[in-house]
Ligand binder design. Structure first.
Ligand code: ATR
Length: 277
């Protein structure tokens, strides 16, 4: 019988997860369907009960439910617990288990690009929201050398740095200081929405002091190449856009649900097509 999955969020109309997962099911020959479900915060509890009642295989969880959904799960994976957010729920015989595949999705795409072991890297994370937290905790999990966090709202950077400090040497710094010391970082990651379509002219940090050997990542995938990445590339850095994180977080969810290897290339191509590329 067809297994049904979906994504819950509010708003949800523009989610690209359905087309990506439908492409994955088709390429893998898996008898599945994937729908978007508009779930308001007041209905989250009912929606989670509905997963059990209707026998859905699982769901992805997006804004604004990634943290609050944790109250309605039977079990939470340790990395998701550390991140403090869940983006994937698996219905295992009516036990709802929460995972976070965002950070691993990011790291899976990044690892092959790294010119040296992550243990010896000094990393700058721009932003201190949910995405920054997933990236920071996953880098800590993989043994990153040193983390630095900078953010428009400085107390939030300090707060995230404090939370990371139990796992990895982490400091927060102001945007001005980060800009001036940019050459010291081996890996720089933009987790903010600065530069996302339609505001594509904006850049999260000035790149004047960027070192030539740095790896620069942007979690944004619309546009595929932000101004921040284009400029970094021009200055000699290796770059990675947010597409691989989006595809890999979906692929890891697919693998949790189906116990089959995800057809990543088919998923990637479908998203690129959807983006009009
Ligand atoms: P996400 O889950 O995508 O990380 P979030 O938790 O709302 O979303 O976090 C958004 C991040 O982008 C924050 O670091 C935010 O900075 P503030 O803490 O100062 O709000 C950052 N951000 C969003 N819009 C921004 C802007 N226009 N300029 C600078 N930073 C911005």
């Amino acid at each position: 019988m067809k297994k049904v999955f979906g994504v819950i969020g509010d708003p949800i109309a523009h989610s690209m997860s359905p087309v990506m997962h439908e492409a994955a099911f088709e390429a893998a020959g898996f008898d599945g369907a994937y729908h978007k479900f508009h779930v308001s915060p007041e209905r989250l509890k009912d929606a989670m009960t509905g997963i059990r009642g209707l026998g859905l295989g699982g769901v992805n969880v997006t804004i604004p439910h990634k943290v609050t959904v944790m109250d309605y799960l039977d079990e939470i994976d340790p990395l998701a617990e550390k991140i403090g957010a869940v983006n994937t729920v698996v219905n295992e015989n009516e036990r709802l288990i929460g995972y976070n595949t965002d950070g691993e999705g990011f790291y899976t795409g990044l690892e092959p690009l790294l010119p040296k072991p992550v243990e010896s890297m000094r990393v700058l994370i721009i932003g201190a929201g949910g995405a920054a937290r997933a990236v920071a905790m996953t880098l800590a999990e993989h043994g990153a050398g040193e983390l630095y966090i900078t953010n428009r709202t400085e107390p939030k950077a300090a707060e995230l740095a404090k939370a990371c400090r139990s796992y990895v040497d982490t400091r927060s710094l102001t945007l001005t200081l980060a800009q001036a010391r940019l050459t010291e970082f081996d890996l720089i990651i933009n987790t903010t929405s600065v530069g996302m379509s339609p505001d594509t002219d904006r850049i999260p940090i000035s790149l004047e002091m960027l070192g030539k050997r740095s790896v620069v990542c942007d979690l944004i995938y619309h546009p595929l190449e932000t101004r921040f990445l284009a400029q970094s590339k021009k200055q000699g850095a290796l770059t990675q856009n947010g597409l691989s994180m989006f595809v890999n977080q979906g692929a890891l969810a697919f693998e949790r649900w189906t116990n089959e290897r995800a057809p990543r290339e088919a998923m990637r191509q479908r998203v690129i097509q959807e983006l009009g590329g």
